[in-house]
Design a protein around this ligand. Structure first.
Ligand SMILES: [Zn+2]
Length: 289
């Protein structure tokens, strides 16, 4: 089992004209059983460290994608607006300069210069950082994009969805007229496509970065960590597990066949990996510099 102190994979790659960098945001933890769904603990506990309260360590890793005209953030992170109780329950730890704002500052990137913020879906661990500590949009000049179905779910959650969304992550973006919804597919920047699929949530999307015959794919919660590549490893959090399975069966083999760079939001060690096939099983290979 790999421990965090061991060597980690690359955090920067190029895809055609795009430079893609993994940002730092937060460490947190969710129940290991919920993260692995029907997979028995005897199997998943071999793949990850387990905390005393049965949670497993996870990351939130936003990505910065740039060409000479666009500065795009994929997923704004967990955000800073958390009560003590939630911080404790989810082991939320922004570390030293690890939240997205500090991570961008360390790269010399001012929030005002971000042109686009793309959100795969609007669960709190993905959209919590859309607004800063003051509740105002973190990227005041950016176009924020999200699936329209997710905007609806965040503003009008039913009983099943209520625990996963926070209105305050979304409403300020609408008040400032910064948030646009899409249905099906959108291309906010030439070469960067959002593809709405559903399964995990109503509108969870993959984000594809394509240029010069190369592809990187941001998997959001379709494949949250490197240990979720194997097709049956679907989270108990998923709203529609049958649809999740269809989505994964359609897209994971494409990533293998076309040698995509896979960007993983929740993996605590490897934000960028390749998916590979090992017999009938899909798994991953780290990318090292
Ligand atoms: Zn998530």
């Amino acid at each position: 089992m790999l421990e965090p102190s061991q060597i980690q994979g690359v955090r920067e790659i190029r895809v055609g004209r795009f430079r893609i960098r993994a940002l730092r945001d937060a460490r947190f933890a969710l129940d290991g059983g919920a993260m692995f769904g029907v997979v028995p603990r005897t199997l998943w506990q071999r793949l990850t460290p387990v905390n005393e309260d049965h949670t497993i360590p996870l990351a939130t890793t936003p990505f910065l994608i740039e060409d000479d005209r666009h500065r795009v953030v994929l997923e704004p992170g967990l955000g800073l607006r958390w009560e003590e109780k939630a911080r404790r329950m989810f082991h939320i730890d922004h570390g030293d300069g690890h939240e997205i704002g500090a991570s961008l500052a360390a790269l010399g990137v001012e929030p005002e210069t971000v042109t686009h913020c793309l959100m795969s879906h609007l669960h709190w661990d993905h959209a919590g950082g859309a607004c800063g500590a003051d509740g105002e949009p973190l990227f005041p000049r950016a176009e924020y994009w999200a699936p329209a179905s997710e905007i609806h779910a965040a503003l009008h959650p039913d009983h099943l969805r209520r625990a996963s969304y926070r209105e305050e992550d979304v409403q300020p973006l609408l008040d400032h007229d910064l948030l646009g919804g899409f249905q099906g597919e959108a291309e906010p920047v030439p070469g960067i496509r959002m593809i709405e699929l559903g399964g995990h949530s109503d509108g969870v999307s993959l984000i594809l970065v394509e240029d010069g015959g190369q592809t990187a794919c941001f998997w959001a919660d379709v494949v949250p960590t490197r240990n979720h590549v194997h097709l049956p490893f679907i989270m108990a959090y998923d709203m529609n597990a049958a649809l999740s399975h269809q989505v994964r069966e359609a897209w994971i083999p494409r990533a293998v066949e076309e040698n995509w760079t896979c960007l993983l939001y929740h993996d605590p060690l490897f934000p960028m990996v390749k998916f590979v096939q090992d017999g009938k099983r899909y798994t991953f290979e780290p990318i090292y510099a």
